[in-house]
Design a binder for this molecule. Sequence first.
Ligand SMILES: [Zn+2]
Length: 281
Amino acid sequence: MLANANRKMIILTTLFFLTVGETAAAPEVKIINPSPYPGDIVIVDLMNPNTASGTFDGSPLKFFSYGKMMRSIFPIPVTKRAADYKLNVESYGSPPVEIVITVRPKIFPRLALGVPKKLETTPKGLVQKIVASKRGVESAFQRETPVWLATTGFGLPLAVNRLGSPFGEMRITGSQTIRHLGADFRGRTGTKVYAIGAGLASVAGFDEIYGNHVILDHGFGVFSFYLHLNQMLIKTGEFLKRGTPIGTIGETGYATGPHLHLTLKVKGVSVDPVRFVTLFR
Ligand SMILES: [Zn+2]
């Protein structure tokens, strides 16, 4: 009887170690937001600090060192269809891991919005101006600084954050429909606007649609973009800590009243800035 029991123990012990051995070989992957909405981000953290690579829906992912982990962030475009998509992660010397990312459906609000008189244009002309302005800043968002600069994380841009128009809202302007690809925060002219994370001021300029604007490069294709500022408190090329005042709320450019419009870009794709700040830890 005793010999039998011992044999059982040995078998159990062997099984136990086999299981542990297999777990140690596979990369330990943690997904933040595995069931995203369109306009969200998904974060992939690899706990073992090996080299990491992967793909989401066939597109390659880039990883960067984040504390003791390797991290990758990828955007879910606002137009992404609700469905299951494949995420593949590989780490040097480990078997690949396949994870299902389920994009959930989301209905975005609609709002009728006129063209501000100062722009002296029609709804069609407004769309053309927006397209031209987008083209003007496109190259700034294509850059991919190979260093993670926002090492102290992210926060919201105002001392008191009251959301006006949300990300993704469809604005019906005459015969045109314009999607709002940022979040608007309410506030009086002159209210200070703070850097949501540490980064490099890659652009501080003026544009007919964006008004006085600032683009902060946080590294690895992540940018925050502040529009319609009244005063500008920083210059292009400055490195800013999280919470540095960058300007004040205004209504310069395509704005029907004073507010802060914040855009968040991840690898050239606009995502919901409020969800980004909430999800990024
Ligand atoms: Zn806006």
